[in-house]
Design a protein around this ligand. Sequence first.
Ligand code: SAM
Length: 221
Amino acid sequence: MSDEIYYERWHRLVRELEREGIIKSKKVKTAFFRVPRHLFVPERYKDYAHIDEPLPIPAGQTISAPHMVAIMLEIADLEEGMNVLEIGTGSGWNAALIYELVKRDVYTIERIPELVEFARRNLERAGYKDKVHVILGDGTKGFPPKAPYDVIIVTAGAPKVPEPLIEQLKVEGKLIIPVGSYHLWQDLYEVIKINEDNKVKIITHGGVAFVPLIGEHGWKR
Ligand code: SAM
């Protein structure tokens, strides 16, 4: 099948997400158009990349459903020049979308070495090799070398808000993170840092279902 069909199907889904009111802003729509999901799924799932559901990636993990990624990016309200950390690289797709919104280097942490390789390959093929930096490690500890961040987006479910992530936010910066049970379900939290003493305000955005965030300040396994 020619690649054109994959782009056509992808553009159709993006317009559908906009009609449904899930994609709200022009900037998120533009980013979605620029980063088609079929470049980030394993070859055997390419035909399903335009379907609005999570798909398997190596190591028993998932690439999130497009509507979920759109919801998180709309809440994040990213602007050009923002310093953003993503936790849970997976396929690298969301990190590439983040790059298209902030237009500066993006840092993303993944705990599974096989996925670090998978994401780097996808990002290189899609043209983000020097723009998105994939780091192997425990994202619950954040990534101090590039802190403080305007926004931290966590794409795995935590038992509670990891304290180091609040510490690594700028004042008025926000952390977007699913918090709840190990498997299904979590609440999607928007955590806004109010002052230097790490006081926060939390807004909840409804129920979501993510794979667990495993690490020192997450689930132990
Ligand atoms: N954002 C990804 C994408 O665009 O494909 C999807 C992420 S997937 C739903 C969640 C990822 O979080 C998995 O790849 C998992 O290995 C990773 N993860 C879980 N705990 C982690 C931790 N403590 N640090 C970094 N990554 C973690």
